[in-house]
Design a protein around this ligand. Structure first.
Ligand code: FAD
Length: 330
């Protein structure tokens, strides 16, 4: 027999229908759908990174509905407002631990509060690996990018560089030659990690030139990137070169540390979900956005994935409620 879960009246926080961890496009879209389904979601938005990755960029030109483009932070503010309009509660704190097994899930925040819910949607995104230079942050969205699909269009007839030696670096470099006049690939070794076919495609591309045994030591410019200093990894010598943009393609890490040991992960390090659904390895726990996506990682795909998670949570709760009614009747 299913156990009924009433609100715990004397406790500080009621047991929620749904808690959403993360406030990027996936988290806020899940919140919009859950709120409109009367589930009164609680979004734990993060203390310093609320709004997700698009807070780090300027113009977004590929999110549908904005023919003139939209600034990343403006888009995320609109998503937040849309979620709140339907009754979403947003808390600007970080989740420090979760207990996801069982009928009631526990979510503990940095301020010590523990919230409980019957379902949890994990929408914690993923982080592009960085070079670790201060100037990288300074020029993020102003010539430094981690996403050729997102930003390649801004570099028509420009000279740019891609950092990295794996498949995604080769893919980005090839893609960027559709726009740029010249694409340098900067790699710290003299051989690539990329598959042979991806390497060959890059070698055959007349717009791509490889700079072997080099790493980026500094990025400089004014409002925009104007060039970089590169350091030879063999003899340590430094040279500067003029550039209009720098794409960093050295990897991406799904933010899964909260759920390690609780949810199954894929070989790519993303949270494993069942087919096209958002169902994870634990009942009542759903995952959406870049944290489940090793390939597409776009705002609109994350938003769509948030929709799937909210609908899956809604169906799970409806089925659980039906089970409780049937159990009460027998
Ligand atoms: C510089 C840059 C520019 C981009 N430009 C474009 C573009 O032009 N077009 C496009 O379609 N895509 C673009 N992207 C990709 C796009 O931003 C992502 O695909 C999208 O944001 C993924 O959404 P998400 O909700 O899955 O994750 P995210 O946006 O990463 O959001 C995850 C959220 O979860 C929060 N979180 C993580 N851990 C915790 C925790 N423990 N507690 C509380 N909160 C937590 C994070 O702080 C963050 O707020 C860009 C990415 C970058 C980095």
């Amino acid at each position: 027999m299913r156990r009924s879960i009433p609100p715990r009246e004397n406790e500080e926080f009621p047991v929620r229908q749904v808690i959403i961890i993360g406030s990027g496009p996936a988290g806020y879209t899940a919140a919009i759908y859950a709120a409109r389904a009367q589930l009164e979601p609680l979004v734990i938005a993060s203390s310093v990174q609320a709004g997700g990755e698009l807070m780090n960029t300027t113009e977004v030109e590929n999110f549908p509905g904005f023919p003139e483009g939209v600034m990343g932070p403006d888009l995320m503010t609109k998503m937040q407002e849309q979620a709140e309009r339907f009754g979403t509660e947003v808390v600007f704190d970080d989740v420090v631990s979760v207990e996801l097994a069982g009928d009631v899930k526990k979510v503990t925040l940095g301020n010590g509060d523990t919230h409980e819910a019957r379902t949890v949607i994990v929408a914690t995104g993923s982080a592009y690996r960085k070079l670790g230079l201060e100037s990288e942050e300074q020029f993020s969205g102003f010539g430094v990018s981690w996403c050729a699909t997102c930003d390649g269009f801004f570099f028509r007839e420009k000279t740019i560089a891609v950092v990295g030696g794996g498949d995604s670096a080769m893919e980005e470099a090839n893609f960027l030659t559709r726009f740029a006049d010249k694409v340098y690939v900067i790699h710290r070794k003299d051989t690539l990690r990329a598959s042979k076919i991806m390497q060959q495609r890059a070698f055959d591309n007349p717009k791509i030139e490889f700079l072997w045994n080099k790493e980026v030591a500094q990025i400089f410019g004014d409002q925009q990137v104007r060039g970089i200093t590169i350091k030879d990894t063999v003899d340590g010598t430094e040279t500067t070169m003029d550039l209009d943009g720098l794409f960093i393609a050295i990897g991406n890490d799904p933010r899964t540390h909260l759920v390690h040991g609780q949810l199954d992960l894929t070989d790519d390090g993303t949270i494993a979900v069942d087919g096209r659904s958002s169902r994870t390895s634990l009942p009542g726990v759903f995952a959406a956005g870049d944290v489940v996506d090793p390939h597409y990682r776009q705002a609109v795909t994350a938003a769509a994935s948030g929709t799937v998670a909210a609908l899956d949570a809604e169906h799970f709760l409806a089925a659980a409620n039906d089970g409780e009614l049937i159990a009460a009747a027998v």
